[in-house]
Design a protein around this ligand. Structure first.
Ligand code: ATP
Length: 317
């Protein structure tokens, strides 16, 4: 497998490859408004990019191909045109008027269908890597517009840090983010499909088992506390309108949330459409201790400690 080892001009390695990394996201706050006429929901979300990174390596080839190692390499992640990296490559090629010629290798640490925007991270990394490989010299603004065509979370995967997302989540207002926060990710055995979770939310609202609109409240305090703390206050503000439908579809996630706080997290919430449970830790040592306690318990398939904010998609080296 070609490996980017040098950081020279354009970050093209000796074997002609380019590697880019992009982070997982968690939704510290996710308010889901009503269904729009275009089939999407109006969102207000606070995104946080965390230190769990996928990498995409691109090198010259005839035509497109995709290979995967790591999380989801057992078949959960497609290697054809259904893969977002494939779609990102075709979109950039069309935009720039070049041939979509590249072999793309994804090394995944971000679990698939986990509510962590793994596919979006890969798409953002692909835009950055291929822009360098193909010399298409897109501005960050152009890449952001392409990202928004690929998926609601892809613009944030490109930008990283902390941002308020509105619209489908693709309209971003980056926020000041001096403060580091530490988190524990509890990763479930099987993924959840994002459209299924939204449909379940609509159903629960339609039958009156949930209020018709968001119950997450405004995001302002979350943004303030991500900027200057304290964490203990932030734990009371974690909110996600998709948690109720995710719990309806996966009742065992209740035990996961309880296990997370039982193991010492200050607060716990489902990330995005789930099923990953994120726990807020007081600091890095507390996150390690919580993760250690959870790995003995069996509530999750895997447990990871991460911190945020981290930058968005960028070239390696
Ligand atoms: P989000 O939080 O952005 O809604 P997610 O993190 O729950 O998404 P992804 O990991 O992005 O979910 O994967 C969702 C589905 O997208 C997968 O089940 C898979 O079929 C498909 N997919 C396409 N490209 C990728 C990719 N590069 N990595 C993972 N899944 C991908």
């Amino acid at each position: 497998m070609p490996h980017a080892t040098s950081g020279g001009p354009g970050r093209i390695a000796g074997d002609g490859s380019v590697t880019a990394h992009a982070p997982a996201k968690i939704n510290v706050h996710l308010a889901v408004g009503p269904l729009r006429s275009d089939g999407f929901h109006e969102l207000t979300t606070v995104y946080l990019a965390v230190s769990l990174l996928d990498s995409v390596t691109a090198w010259p080839d005839d035509g497109l191909s995709v290979t995967v190692t790591g999380e989801g390499a057992d078949g959960a992640v497609p290697t054809d045109s259904r893969n977002l990296v494939w779609q990102a490559a075709e979109l950039l090629a069309r935009h720039a008027g070049v041939r979509a010629d590249a072999a793309l290798h994804i090394d995944k640490s971000i679990p698939a269908a986990a509510g962590l925007a793994g596919g979006s991270a890969d798409a953002a990394a692909t835009l950055v890597a291929l822009d360098a490989l193909w010399g298409t010299r897109c501005t960050r603004g152009q890449l952001a517009r392409l990202a928004a065509q690929l998926g609601s979370d892809v613009p944030f995967s490109l930008v990283g840090g902390v941002a308020l997302g509105t619209g489908r989540g693709e309209e971003l207002s980056p926020s000041l983010s001096r403060r580091r926060t530490d988190w524990v990710l509890g990763i479930a055995g099987a993924g959840l499909s994002t459209p299924t979770v939204y449909r379940e939310l609509d159903r629960l609202r339609a039958v009156g088992r949930l209020p018709g609109g968001s119950t997450a409240g405004p995001p302002d305090d979350v943004l303030t506390y991500l900027r200057d703390g304290p964490d203990a206050t932030l734990s009371g503000l974690l909110a996600n309108d998709l948690q109720a439908p995710a719990l309806e579809l996966r009742p065992e996630l209740r035990a996961g949330l309880a296990a997370m706080t039982g193991a010492g997290a200050l607060g716990a919430v489902v990330s995005g459409s789930g099923p990953t449970v994120v726990g807020l830790a007081e600091d890095a040592d507390a996150a390690t201790a919580t993760a250690g306690a959870l790995s003995d318990g069996g509530a999750f398939r895997a447990v990871r400690t991460v911190h945020g904010p981290v930058p968005g998609a960028r070239l390696a080296g």
